[in-house]
Structures are given as structure tokens and as C-alpha cells.
Design a protein around this ligand. Structure first.
Ligand code: FAD
Length: 470
């Protein structure tokens, strides 16, 4: 009988434990992807674009191995039962996901399949360490990153990545949806041009990006990773989010890449683990603050400010450059994510959940664990978060991490003629400098929608009010 291999967020053939296991058994394989109509959270727009192209790449890859990816949509348990009946499959294999909403669903799917006499086996493929096994001395999950990561590093190394299966025995052709009929990419309007220019989804592209990073980026990662103008990070996040490459592949490749120091880079993979482990233990991470006192935070409603923020028109160049880059390319450098998130929740007092939802829709790497974890970190309501009262000054952040304004000039061309000393604070430029730069402040580019000093005091007062109401 054939074996169904259900692909989820593991759209790769190398280091895919479920696929490798199926290949080893020497039975025909039916690779399957389900567009789950009962997914706990529908994918955002940018992620739908990525999924389309990633599935296309996986289809090509499997076809090259003599197999065929079957595409179906519906409730996962219905689709699996139906395909098992049609094909006579008695076994379904998949790699585990750890989001509690998903694991709850997977348990139900398993029961439905088992009750029909179909065997289910699951494997570890998307994390370095299993969230069920990393515990502190009291047997509890870690709440703070540093001891969490220290503990992970004392555990046995994760298993080495599995090679691409040599051969996949094919099963007779099964009916499949056409990918185009799923209409995943945006149509009217099609806003994906900038994303398509910036990215190539798929396993091959992920491998090439990793190889480039190991050759050019890893050596100076620790020194340069915070500088958005230097293109110094790996940009593997969407490939990791869709499982086009596994964290184990990245981990081992970095560790064996030569004599470069790797701790700082591996530590970021550690943050990814920490966010996923946190989500495993706190399934409502995207909506509920982990620190209960933040339930009472006096947030503001300011629709005009929200519009200015999402359109990159706040008057703070580093914030606007980030928001425009996000919209255009579907990705944002980590430093920019922190700066814009801080501006939204502290300077504008807009709830972090709104920012999380915007990122969810616009990021190609939108990930339920890292996105919610990142927002809670910035908003000060995560377990291991930046203290709320530490408020980023968007001008100083810009001057520190983009000292020559290269990032600003790239994303806000109307500011391109300003000299370095005012590019992060155009409202301080003299009339003469503005005229020379051809910039009409308030027309070509807005004046700040809030004054940072006053906004900072307002945020601190809101924080005090929250503490007093606890
Ligand atoms: P590198 O610096 O090259 O790091 C390598 C890998 O480590 C990344 O690909 C990523 O998988 C992981 N990583 C790095 N930094 C972090 C971090 N702080 N937290 C968790 N994992 C990390 N990351 C996402 O993958 N998806 C998201 O939806 C997401 N939303 C975020 C929202 C906010 C508000 C913040 C502050 C951070 C968010 N991050 C998210 C984390 C981080 O910004 C991105 O992972 C990183 O910028 C991706 O770039 P890179 O691949 O070049 O990272």
C-alpha cells in the first residue's frame, strides 16, 4: 500500500524526516499538500505569495525525483481520509508542528485516521530541540532566553541533517488541484512586484542563500548584524518559516563553515527556538500579553496615526523607511522591526496586537512564534522582554544604525538630497539646506506626527497608570 507524506511547513526534500522515512520503506509514496480551510489563522497576503512559489518549487523538485505533489484543499482530516480511501494508503507520515492550535488539530486528525485503521507517524524536523524536552531544574519551561539557550547548548547536538532521498517510488497518479486555481498570489491589484524582485522562494534558493551567507556574511555577522544598510544578515527567515531549509541544516553548515566565530549567529537561531518553545507553552501568544498586568494598559485609538504608520508617513525617516521597505519587499531587518514596533506601541500607544497583525499580513516570513514573540518583546509584555520604560528614540536609533542615511536614501528618495547630519531629523534642517535638497517639508515629506519627547512622557505616564491600576 502507498504511504501518504503530508507536507506542511516543511516544503523541502533534504532533511525531511517524514519523507526520508517513507522513502526507506520502499513503498510507493503520495506527497500531499493541503490548503487547510480550518487553519487556526489564515495566511497573510505576503505569505500566500510565498507559499504559491514555494509549492511550485516543491512540485518541480518532486517531479524531478519521479514523483508528483498532490494538492488538495479542505479540512485536513477529510482530505486525508478521502485520499487514503482513494489510494488504499494505510499510513500517513508528517513532521510535527508545535503551535498548540495546530498540535490540538493534529491530535484530532490522528484520532480520526486511527479510527479508520490508518497509522500515523510524526517526526521532528522544524526545530533544533523538542519543546517537550527542554526544562529548567524544576521541570518547568524556561521563561528567560539566556538560561534557556545555555541549557539547549548542554543537550546532545541535534541529529545531523538527512540527505535527499535517493529514490521515491511513485504511486499511480492521483487527482490534484491545479496550483493556479488556489489563487494564492494577489491579483487585483497585484502588489507583489517588489517582493518578486527581492526573493526567490524554494529549497534551491534557500540553499544558495545559505551558501552565500556562509561565504560573505558569517565572518562579520556579530559586528554588522545590527546595521540595516549593510545587508549583513542571512535573510533565511522566510525559507526557515516555510521549512524550505531546516534549522539543523543551517546549524551544522554554520558550525562547519571554517574558523568563523558562530556563537552570535547560532544564538539568533536560539531566539527562533525560544519563540517556538514559548508558543508551544502559551498558545495565545499572538493575542494575550504574557505579563498579565498589561491587560490593563491604557492604549490609544488613533486612526490617523495608524494610517501614517502603515503608509510610512510618520515624519520619522527611519520608521518610514522601514515601513516602506516592509510593504515593498515583504521583509524587514531585525533592527528596523524593533524600531518601528517600538514607535507604534510607545510613541503612538497603539496596541501591539495591531502591529502584529500588520506584520502577519505583510511579512513573507510571518511566523506565529517569532512575530508574536518579537512584538511582545518590544511592547514589554513578554516574559523575557525589553522593559517598557526603555523607549527607543527613533532619531538616535537611525543615527546609530544608519549613520550615513544609506537606508533612508534607498527607501525615501525624496530625502536623498539632505546631508547626513539632518537626514534623520529633516525638521531641523535650515530653509537653505531644504531648498538645496529640493525638499518641501510638510508637502513632499511629512513633519513628525508626534514629538518624540512628549510621546515618550505620555508612554511613561500610561505605563504608570497601568501599574497603579494593577
Ligand atoms: P539572521 O540574523 O540571519 O538570523 C538567522 C535566523 O535566526 C533568522 O532567519 C530567524 O529564523 C532567526 N532569528 C533571528 N533573529 C530572531 C529573533 N529576534 N527572534 C526569532 N528568531 C530570530 N522572525 C520571523 O522569522 N518571522 C516573523 O514573523 C518575525 N517577526 C518579528 C517581529 C518583531 C516585532 C521583531 C522584533 C522580530 C521579528 N522576527 C521575526 C525576528 C527577526 O527580526 C527575524 O527573524 C530576522 O530579522 C530575519 O532576518 P535574517 O533571516 O536575516 O536573520
Amino acid at each position: 500500500a502507498p504511504i501518504i507524506v503530508w507536507f506542511r511547513r516543511d516544503l523541502r526534500v533534504v532533511d525531511n524526516p517524514a519523507l526520508s522515512e517513507a522513502a526507506q520503506r520502499g513503498q510507493p509514496i503520495i506527497p500531499l499538500y493541503i490548503l487547510e480551510e480550518d487553519a487556526p489563522r489564515p495566511l497573510g497576503g505576503a505569505a500566500r505569495w510565498w507559499l504559491h512559489h514555494s509549492l511550485k518549487a516543491l512540485c518541480r523538485e518532486l517531479t524531478g525525483m519521479g514523483s508528483k505533489l498532490i494538492l488538495r484543499r479542505g479540512r485536513a482530516s477529510d482530505v486525508l481520509l478521502c485520499l487514503a480511501r482513494e489510494s488504499g494508503a494505510r499510513t500517513v507520515l508528517w513532521n510535527r508542528r508545535y503551535d498548540r492550535m495546530e498540535t490540538g488539530k493534529d491530535c484530532k486528525i490522528t484520532s480520526a485516521l486511527v479510527s479508520e485503521g490508518i497509522q500515523v507517524e510524526s517526526f521532528t524536523g522544524s526545530l533544533l530541540f523538542d519543546p517537550r524536552t527542554v526544562r529548567n531544574r524544576n521541570g518547568q519551561p524556561f521563561r528567560i532566553f539566556t538560561p534557556f539557550w545555555r541549557c539547549c547548548l548542554t543537550l546532545p547536538d541535534p541529529p545531523r541533517p538527512l540527505p535527499r532521498p535517493r529514490e521515491l517510488m511513485t504511486h499511480a497518479d492521483m487527482a490534484s488541484d491545479a496550483l493556479a486555481d488556489w489563487r494564492l498570489p494577489p491579483e487585483k491589484p497585484d502588489w507583489s512586484g517588489g517582493i518578486a524582485t527581492a526573493w526567490t522562494p524554494g529549497e534551491d534558493a534557500a540553499g544558495a542563500r545559505l551558501a552565500d551567507f556562509l561565504e560573505d556574511g558569517l565572518c562579520c555577522y556579530a559586528q554588522r548584524r545590527d546595521h540595516p544598510d549593510q545587508d549583513a544578515t542571512s535573510r533565511l527567515s522566510p525559507h526557515l518559516a516555510f521549512g524550505e531549509i531546516s534549522p539543523r541544516q543551517v546549524w551544522y553548515a554554520a558550525r562547519t563553515a571554517g574558523c568563523h566565530p558562530t556563537e552570535s549567529f547560532l544564538r539568533e537561531l536560539g531566539w527562533r527556538e525560544f519563540c517556538h518553545h514559548t508558543l508551544y507553552h502559551a498558545p495565545d501568544l499572538a493575542s494575550q500579553p504574557q505579563r498579565g498586568e498589561f491587560q490593563n494598559f491604557p492604549w490609544a485609538t488613533d486612526e490617523a496615526a495608524w494610517q501614517a504608520f502603515t503608509h510610512g508617513r510618520t515624519g520619522y525617516p527611519i520608521v518610514d523607511a522601514g515601513m516602506r521597505a516592509l510593504w515593498e519587499t515583504g521583509w524587514l531587518h531585525n533592527r528596523l522591526r524593533m524600531i518601528v514596533a517600538s514607535f507604534l506601541v510607545k510613541d503612538l500607544l497603539i496596541p501591539w496586537q495591531r502591529g502584529e497583525a500588520w506584520f502577519w499580513d505583510t511579512l513573507v516570513d510571518a511566523d506565529p512564534a517569532s512575530n508574536a514573540g518579537g512584538w511582545q518583546w518590544v511592547a514589554g509584555c513578554g516574559l523575557d522582554a525589553a522593559p517598557y520604560f526603555r523607549i527607543f528614540n527613533p532619531v538616535l536609533q537611525g543615527e546609530k544604525f544608519d549613520p550615513h542615511g544609506r537606508y533612508i536614501r534607498r527607501w525615501i528618495p525624496e530625502l536623498g538630497g539632505l546631508p547626513d547630519n539632518v537626514i534623520h531629523r529633516p525638521w531641523e534642517a535650515s530653509a537653505e539646506v531644504l531648498a538645496k535638497a529640493g525638499l518641501r517639508l510638510g508637502k513632499d515629506y511629512p513633519t513628525p506626527i508626534v514629538e518624540h519627547g512628549a510621546a515618550r512622557l505620555r508612554a511613561l505616564a500610561a505605563y504608570e497608570r497601568m501599574k497603579n491600576s494593577a
